[in-house]
Design a protein around this ligand. Structure first.
Ligand SMILES: Cc1cc2nc3c(=O)[nH]c(=O)nc-3n(C[C@H](O)[C@H](O)[C@H](O)COP(=O)(O)OP(=O)(O)OC[C@H]3O[C@@H](n4cnc5c(N)ncnc54)[C@H](O)[C@@H]3O)c2cc1C
Length: 391
């Protein structure tokens, strides 16, 4: 390569990540650098450093592999730090919120907050010295011969294996008619809701009657007239923080992690319903909503004169709308023929149809608990074994 005279070419090795910088990196003596993008090579690249990325990182580290975890966020903590409301507490007790190698550091029957969970993830990465790079969004994943090429900014990384662990908060899912609502109505998706101070005085319509809608409904109803719109999805028949739950929750966890899997007929029967409809209400019960003055109404189907319209024709005059309508996966940056007709990745227990490619943390990837903090470790171990086998 012909370099200008003020450049010096250096070949460096990236010791901190265990990867190797294979291409020449031109470093300017006067401080200017990177005339050509650096190419770093690893055995495995993990994209996403939430609980799923950290869990697979734990096993890759244990197996002594060269790998790196890339995460778009500024700080470790996955979506727990960036995409949830301030008062969120987990539905799963701390005893079922541990990642491999280190249980959640809280009393087993306490229910951690989102913030505590994010802090646990950050401490977990430090404890196992996982090679994670924050503020590193991946914009493209493609095949290059028999390896994978990952693009983040100007950098290019290559690996034999890639684990996609980017979570299910790809893109907030909001109906098109949201744009027809009066601009004076404050609108936000549940992942942007933090606390009631974001709302205007006046009524709040929560669109989507799942757990997010019910939890946020309980909070905002203290200060605003509140409507919860959508089909009743039923509820778990116990109070998760009661003493009785200490007997029942372990049984439910066993069923959710061992019985409801893609390996059992009942698991395969339940899976499409879980993917389509989500879970029943877990912490909040219908009678709590009633007592808090939350009015349950039909599904929201459109807009009329700038106001939301329900399936039964009723128009709700509100000042605020919170879309608790879930998320759409966003894999548009993956340029590998691994998606089926339904646009979902084709995989078996996270092992994709394209050799060397893996998905982790997907909803019901293997079991009902696959996307849970305490459930992702088992799927991670399975994928790590597959990577180690070299098949
Ligand atoms: C409201 C709510 C309540 C929940 N409550 C519970 C509960 O009580 N108990 C429980 O066990 N589970 C619960 N879950 C489910 C689950 O634990 C979380 O969804 C969890 O955050 C999933 O972890 P993850 O690592 O798969 O994804 P995430 O936490 O979303 O982490 C993915 C990471 O990937 C990064 N990323 C994304 N795209 C890119 C890219 N292109 N390049 C680089 N980085 C990228 C993001 O920055 C993020 O840090 C809840 C989920 C929700 C929505």
């Amino acid at each position: 390569m012909c370099a200008p005279s003020f450049l010096r070419t250096v070949l460096t090795r990236s010791f901190d990540d265990g990867g190797t910088v294979m291409a020449t990196q031109e470093t300017a003596i006067d401080g200017r650098r990177d005339a050509v993008p650096k190419v770093e090579k690893f055995d495995t690249i993990v994209i996403g450093g939430g609980q799923a990325g950290l869990a697979i990182g734990y096993y890759l580290k244990k197996d002594g592999r060269s790998f790196v975890i890339l995460d778009a966020n500024e700080q470790i903590g996955g979506s727990w730090r960036t995409r949830t409301w301030n008062s969120l507490r987990l539905f799963t007790p701390a005893r079922f919120d541990g990642l491999p190698g280190w249980p959640f550091p809280a009393p087993g029957w306490s229910y951690p907050t989102a913030r505590e969970t994010a802090d646990y993830l950050e401490a977990y990465a430090a404890r196992f010295d996982l090679p994670i790079r924050t503020e590193t969004p991946v914009s493209r994943l493609a095949r290059d011969g028999d390896r994978y090429a990952v693009k983040c900014g100007e950098r290019r990384l290559e690996a034999d294996c890639v684990v996609v662990a980017t979570g299910f908060y790809g893109k907030p899912s909001v109906p098109d008619f949201a744009s027809e609502l009066d601009p004076r109505i404050v609108q936000m998706h549940s992942s942007d809701y933090r606390d009631p101070s974001q709302l205007r005085p006046g009524g709040v319509l929560l669109v989507g009657a799942g757990n997010s809608g019910a939890d946020i409904g309980m909070e905002v109803s203290a200060t605003h007239r509140t409507w919860l719109s959508g089909r009743d999805k039923g509820e778990v028949p116990i109070r998760i923080e009661s003493r009785k739950a200490r007997f029942v929750v372990p049984i439910l966890w066993f069923i959710a992690s061992r019985v409801l899997t893609v390996k059992t007929p009942i698991g395969r029967k339940v899976r499409p319903h879980v993917l389509e409809d989500g879970a029943p209400l877990i912490r909040v019960k219908s009678k709590d909503l009633l007592a808090a003055g939350v009015e349950r109404v039909a599904k929201t189907v459109g807009a009329r004169d700038g106001l939301p319209v329900l399936e039964d024709g009723r128009v709700i005059d509100v000042a605020n709308v919170i879309w608790c309508t879930g998320f759409r996966q966003d894999f548009s940056w993956i340029d590998v023929p691994v998606f089926g007709e339904d646009s979902e990745p084709m995989h078996e227990r996270g092992v994709a149809s394209e050799p060397g490619l893996y998905f982790l943390g997907l909803d019901f990837l293997y079991a009902f608990t696959s996307e849970n903090v305490g459930g992702v470790g088992r799927d991670a171990r399975h994928i790590a074994k597959h990577i180690a086998s070299g098949s």
